[in-house]
Design a binder for this molecule. Structure first.
Ligand code: 4AD
Ligand code: MG
Length: 444
């Protein structure tokens, strides 16, 4: 008698197996009890038939509440009508052992409000939609790591407690570090650059923190980011690496998660359209396109949102409009230096724009990757740090990197949650992470 998971059930048709899990749902048909059993890998319909079971055990089956935990043994049958994930199989129960009868469960198949569900997040994770999203998230993370590993990048971790700002000074979480201020890392990048000088190609993968006063569907206070950094790589090569990586990641999700994509009702054709090459346009061209679109629009709120002049950063409506002009993801490169981080390399002969690139996801998901070439000239970096108002003494070690064998280099950061939101087609980032930290939420 094999003990196995629902995911493996197709290989056991006609055999007797044991499943351990939780009651997702139950339908009472008198002499028949249909139990939807979930075990973390899927959901299968288990049928308790009075005549085929011990009387006491059948009685328990008829009392099982939602989310009670059980162990069942029975024979696997193929039945194309049987619901479940992946579906198409059924277990004819022979024995049933109750592990724990659940109290009345707060989340029922009826509709609940989002705030209620977020308060119940520790339980909501068990719902099939949330379960599907987080399984896809795990695959996205694994695919990202695998891609970097396969391409010769070494995982080198970066600190979370840091003495200085990594990205900007406006979204820092300050903590008390034994009487001195310290900050939760906004990025691993600056340390990545030091690590890159030691290992050539590196990446870090960890939680990052932004005390942003934004309440949008794209912003979290705590999010996960993977950041590669490579010596002797320029902006064009960086874009190629990014499009190869995204294509690989989407391919892995399509290959491994048909059942999950089905649960969340994702339009798979939109993911299948993610093929190389992606679109590459300059910030200048993006502005032109946006202004043309603006001119062509009827007066109203949607139009007002799109107003933009050269030099301004894009807001969500601009990113959405730009991405909407193409089927595939869009690279926008050479942003104005003034709207980007201090470490970005200016374009030669045109210092008002920099060697930066953002990747905008299709379907209105906006920026999922930000990256750039880094300033590698010590004098220029010194100047930038001073102009921006950062304390040079805090960045002494970072400037050292430009003194001891400086090389042109580039890197990027991909936000995991925004990527999951796009791949899964979700309207809000809060469902892409097990426990979202937002402006107005840190519970549970
Ligand atoms: O564009 P960002 O701020 O870039 C950096 O931090 C660079 N140091 C990365 C690098 O070059 N090594 O952030 C990178 C990505 C964004 O494109 C977005 O996907 C995500 O991180 N991100 C957020 N995701 C959720 N909530 C937030 N508040 C986010 N801020 C950035
Ligand atoms: Mg950015």
């Amino acid at each position: 008698m094999a003990e196995l998971t629902i995911r493996q059930i197709a290989d056991y048709v006609g055999q007797e197996v044991t499943l351990r899990g939780w009651v997702y749902n139950r339908t009472d048909k008198g002499k028949l009890q249909f139990i939807q059993l979930r075990d973390g890998t899927g959901i299968i319909q288990c049928v308790a038939f009075k005549k085929e079971m011990d009387e006491g055990e059948f009685e328990i089956a008829g009392k099982l509440t939602q989310e009670s935990s059980v162990i069942v043994t029975g024979t696997v049958r193929q039945d194309s009508r049987a619901p479940g994930i992946p579906g198409g199989y059924e277990l004819g129960i022979k024995t049933l052992t109750l592990v724990s009868m659940a109290d009345e469960y707060p989340i029922t198949p009826k509709e609940h409000g989002v705030e209620f569900l977020m308060d119940q997040r520790h339980l909501w994770l068990r719902s099939s939609r949330q379960w599907a999203i987080l399984r896809i998230r795990a695959t996205i993370i694994k695919a990202l790591r695998d891609f970097m590993d396969m391409n010769g990048y070494l995982l080198v971790d970066t600190p979370i407690l840091t003495p200085t700002a990594g990205e900007n000074t406006t979204s820092l979480f300050e903590i008390d570090y034994h009487g001195e201020p310290a900050f939760l890392a906004q990025t691993g990048q600056l340390y990545n650059e030091a690590n890159m000088m030691a290992f050539g190609k590196v990446y870090c993968f960890g939680p990052t923190f932004r005390a942003e006063k934004s309440k949008t569907r794209r912003h979290l206070q705590e999010f996960w980011m993977m950041e590669p950094e490579a010596a002797f790589v320029n902006l064009e090569e960086l874009m190629t690496l990014e499009e190869q990586m995204i294509t690989y990641v989407v391919g892995q999700v399509l290959e491994k998660h048909r059942p999950e994509l089905g649960v969340i009702e994702r339009d798979i054709s939109r993911l299948e359209a993610i093929q190389m090459p992606f679109v590459r346009i300059s910030y200048d061209e993006a502005i032109e396109r946006l202004q043309k679109l603006y001119e062509s629009m009827e007066p109203g709120e949607a139009k007002d949102e799109l107003k933009i002049t050269w030099g301004e950063d894009f807001g969500s409506p601009h990113e959405t409009a730009l991405a909407g002009m193409f089927e595939r993801p869009v690279f926008v490169y050479h942003y104005p230096t003034a709207v980007k981080a201090f470490y970005m390399q200016p374009v030669e002969g045109r210092p008002e724009v920099c060697r930066s690139v953002d990747l905008l996801a299709p379907e209105g998901y906006g920026e999922i990757i930000g990256g750039s070439e880094r300033i590698y000239d010590p004098k220029l970096l010194d100047e930038r740090i001073a102009t921006i108002g950062l304390h040079p003494e805090n960045y002494k070690w970072y400037l050292d990197l430009r003194k001891f064998g400086s090389v042109p280099h580039a890197g990027f950061g991909i936000g995991i949650e925004r990527t999951v939101a796009w791949v899964c087609g979700l309207s809000h980032i809060r469902e892409t992470i097990p426990y979202a930290r937002m402006l107005n939420r840190k519970y549970p």
